[in-house]
Design a protein around this ligand. Sequence first.
Ligand code: AMP
Length: 181
Amino acid sequence: MRLVLLGPPGAGKGTQAVILSEKLGIPHISTGDLFRANIGEGTDLGKEAQEYIDAGKLVPTELTARMVKARLQEDDAKDGFLLDGFPRTVEQADILNGFLEEFGTKLDGVINYQVSEDVVVERMLGRGRADDNEDTIRTRLEVYRSETAPLIDYYGDQIINITAEGTVEDINARTLEALQH
Ligand code: AMP
């Protein structure tokens, strides 16, 4: 299965992705995790991305898309993947379409985790990540609203809406149930 996960920062996409990835037997590809790994290893890509991430801004699309394409071409992603954090803009969604066309595949669905802003801020302040201070959180929410939320219309009837409130288990059960339809 080829899936994209959408939702505001702090919606719990990453947590759900880890569980879904295991249950569905497909790799979890998180652009945020890939960037953080590159930063940890001190790669050139990590160095280029860091200032944007620290400010809560989007890393330039060219750099991000190149990293995603390389990851999608790895063996384990040939038959399916769970994309978490990409695409984040309509421009990136067009680029992803281009990649999929080139690979001769298409998405099976786009899961949209819906959650109120209060819950999002609470969750982000609770996870203690380096880019989770209040200013950065505000910037990331603004970026989500202006750049990423339009993807819900973009993907239209491919969207599978899931309420991302309640326990991790509940949200996971809702997602698996929705994927069966
Ligand atoms: P995340 O772990 O998905 O919250 O991503 C953390 C940070 O990585 C974001 O705030 C952005 O700075 C950067 N990032 C992740 N995915 C993308 C993307 N698709 N395009 C641009 N920047 C991204």
